[in-house]
Design a protein around this ligand. Structure first.
Ligand code: MG
Ligand code: ZN
Length: 220
C-alpha cells in the first residue's frame, strides 16, 4: 500500500519540477497564465471566447486547449482572433506540466501577455497536476447542480477564483445558490465567485475586471 502511494508522490514531484520550470519560463517572458478547470460542458471555451473578445485589444492573448481528442475548441478560439495551440491528451483525463511545456514550444511567449490554458473537462485529477500557471479558475455551471462543492472538495479547495456560468438557467433548475455558496465558502473561504451567463453576458464585466486586475502584476 505504502509503495503505491510513494509511486504517485514521485510522479507528482516530477510534475511539480517541470511546472516550476514552466513558471520560470512564463515569468521570464512576462506572460501571466491562468488554468481553467471545469467539468465537460460547463462553458470553459465559451468563457474563453468572451474573455478574448473583450480583452484582446488590451492584452496580447494566447490560448492552450486541452482535450481528449479533436481540435474543435482551438478552432473556436482562433476564430475569436488569437493564437491557439491544441493539446490532445489521447484519452488522458488531465493536462500535466510536460504537456504545457510542449505547448509553450509552439508559442511566441515574448508576444503574449495573457495565456489561458483550458484543462481537460474533469473535476477530479486536473487539480492534482500543477502546470506552472499563476492562478487556477474553476468554471462551474448551474446545470451541474448545487452539490458539486460538496462532492468534489479538492477541486473547489484548490482554485483561486470561481465562475458560476449559465445563471440564465436559474429560474428553470432547482439550484440553491445559497447552498452552493455555503459549500464554496466552507472549502475555500474568501474565494472570489463570479456568477455569469455567457449567453446573456450578465456578470461578465466583473469577470473581465478581475482578469485585468490580475494582469497588473505582469504589466507593472
Ligand atoms: Mg472546451
Ligand atoms: Zn486525469
Amino acid at each position: 500500500m505504502s509503495r503505491t502511494i510513494s509511486v504517485i508522490e514521485n510522479i507528482l514531484d516530477a510534475n511539480d519540477q517541470i511546472a516550476a520550470s514552466n513558471r520560470a519560463r512564463l515569468d521570464a517572458a512576462g506572460v501571466y497564465a491562468l488554468n481553467f478547470m471545469a467539468s465537460p460542458g460547463a462553458g470553459k471555451t465559451s468563457l474563453i471566447e468572451k474573455t478574448v473578445a473583450a480583452l484582446k485589444s488590451k492584452f496580447r492573448i494566447a490560448v492552450v486547449e486541452g482535450d481528449l481528442a479533436t481540435s474543435l475548441d482551438a478552432e473556436r478560439v482562433e476564430a475569436a482572433g488569437v493564437q491557439a495551440v491544441q493539446i490532445n491528451t489521447g484519452g488522458g483525463c488531465h493536462l500535466d506540466a510536460v504537456m504545457l511545456q510542449q505547448a509553450l514550444d509552439h508559442l511566441d511567449l515574448e508576444a503574449i501577455d495573457l495565456l489561458i490554458v483550458e484543462n481537460v473537462g474533469n473535476l477530479v485529477c486536473p487539480s492534482n497536476f500543477k502546470l506552472g500557471t499563476h492562478k487556477s479558475v474553476l468554471v462551474a455551471s448551474v446545470p451541474e447542480g448545487d452539490d458539486k462543492p460538496y462532492k468534489y472538495p479538492s477541486m473547489y479547495r484548490g482554485v483561486d477564483a470561481m465562475v458560476l456560468n449559465k445563471t440564465d438557467l436559474l429560474p428553470y433548475i432547482n439550484f440553491r445558490l445559497d447552498y452552493f455558496q455555503r459549500g464554496v465558502e466552507a472549502l475555500n473561504p474568501g474565494c472570489v465567485l463570479f456568477p455569469i451567463s455567457c449567453y446573456t453576458e450578465e456578470g461578465l464585466p466583473e469577470w473581465f475586471d478581475w482578469v485585468s486586475s490580475q494582469m497588473a502584476s505582469v504589466l507593472a
